[in-house]
Design a protein around this ligand. Structure first.
Ligand SMILES: [Zn+2]
Length: 236
């Protein structure tokens, strides 16, 4: 699991800038982005920097007292670019990120993407963009197959983890239900929202000639997906 620096040839090639393992990670809902971020962190030995976690942490610790920001986050809307840009620059300037990082949840807008690229380029760092994309139909089939027992909370899946008797909880015989979150309309809505927000940012990275690793994350188990990503990074 723990890869030596030599294993990640793409980062130690002729250009010294690739020595810094700068990764910008994107992942559709259902792509297992959190798991992949964790695995990459372990094999590349760089920190996982999630802007979502950072913002939540700041709000908890009260270091960002602007109630506006709290309200914005609660609404699930975007925190102003200026605030996030500054926060990320500060974080990337910390010692543990000097050898690289996995950036997650940022950039979310074109303004943020331009800001990040410019800032990294100014330091001779060329980021690699990893996109974990999913096949909508596969994800919808998987998520809409989920069933839950309303009494004990046990989760099932009609295809991958069915109960012994169809539609009935193994533990207490209660009739299983589909949770509101798992309805096709809700899932489609989340995937569409992700697509709308992410597509222009990915286009920006593509058009500006950045290294892109795009991988289908619909089906493979996490370890297989991780190996694929590493291989693609090496041959990118
Ligand atoms: Zn039950």
């Amino acid at each position: 699991m723990k890869g030596s620096r030599r294993d990640r040839a793409v980062f130690v090639g002729a250009a010294s800038s690739y020595f810094v393992k700068a990764i910008v990670l994107f992942g559709s809902p259902g792509s297992g982005k959190g798991t992949q971020a964790k695995m990459l962190t372990q094999c590349l030995m760089v920190p996982h920097i999630s802007t979502g976690d950072m913002l939540r942490g700041r709000i908890r610790s009260g270091s960002e007292s602007e109630t506006g920001m709290v309200a914005t986050m609660q609404l699930g809307a975007l925190v102003p670019d200026l605030v996030v840009n500054e926060m990320v620059k500060e974080r990337l300037s910390e010692a543990d990120a000097a050898r690289g990082f996995i950036l997650d949840g940022y950039p979310r807008t074109l303004d943020q993407a331009g800001h990040l690229s410019e800032w990294l380029a100014g330091r001779g760092i060329h980021e690699v963009v990893i996109h974990l994309a999913v096949d909508y139909n596969v994800i919808i089939a998987r998520l809409t197959g989920r069933r839950q027992c309303p009494r004990c909370g046990t989760l099932y899946n009609v295809s991958s983890h069915p109960p012994r008797v169809a539609g009935v909880c193994d533990l207490d015989g209660e009739e299983l239900v589909v949770r509101d979150d798992d309805s096709e309309a809700v899932i489609r809505g989340r995937l569409d929202a992700y697509d709308r927000q992410t597509r222009p940012v990915l286009e920006y990275f593509r058009a500006s000639g950045h290294r892109m690793v795009e991988v289908d994350a619909s089906c493979d188990p996490p370890e297989t997906l991780h190996r694929k990503i590493c291989q693609m990074m090496e041959s990118a």
